[in-house]
Design a protein. Structure first.
Length: 144
């Protein structure tokens, strides 16, 4: 069976999406308050639709991939072989274990997160492991 990849999305360093999301909010505000006047409010409706569509694309990005990791300075969402992912705040992170078929994340005062990593590319598993190990070792969630 073909090895699958994990899509990594670091929201801490993604300035382009931050700018696009800011513009979409501006479009929505402009559309709501009706700065452009015409008979049928077509311009206002189009501007609102553009802003909402941009946000829908941004927030649906996570659903495009079967295996995905989204992370920032405070935590991450890991989705491996499931439709919904599992959230992890870095202050919960206790330890990580890696075997041939499982990736286990131990958390303080919570159940462990267990992911089946069979048929996942090793380089992606190593990348995820290194990100989490760096956080545990340094107790510093800076991912720059």
């Amino acid at each position: 069976m073909k090895n699958e990849t994990i899509h990594f999305d670091n929201h801490s360093n993604n300035k382009l999406w931050l700018i696009i999301m800011g513009l979409s909010l501006i479009f929505i505000i402009i559309g709501i308050f009706g700065f452009f006047y015409d008979e049928n409010n077509k311009w206002n409706s189009a501007i609102i639709a553009l802003g909402n569509t941009t946000q829908a694309v941004f927030y649906s990005k996570y659903l495009w991939y079967k295996n995905a990791v989204q992370y920032n300075k405070r935590g991450m969402v890991i989705k491996i072989k499931s439709f919904w992912g599992k959230s992890l705040n870095y202050h919960q992170l206790k330890d990580i274990e890696l075997s041939d078929s499982e990736f286990i994340i131990s958390r303080y005062e919570m159940d462990d997160l267990v992911f089946n990593i069979s048929n996942i590319q090793k380089k992606d598993i190593v990348k995820l492991y290194n990100i989490l190990k760096n956080i545990i070792d340094n107790k510093n969630p800076s991912l720059a």
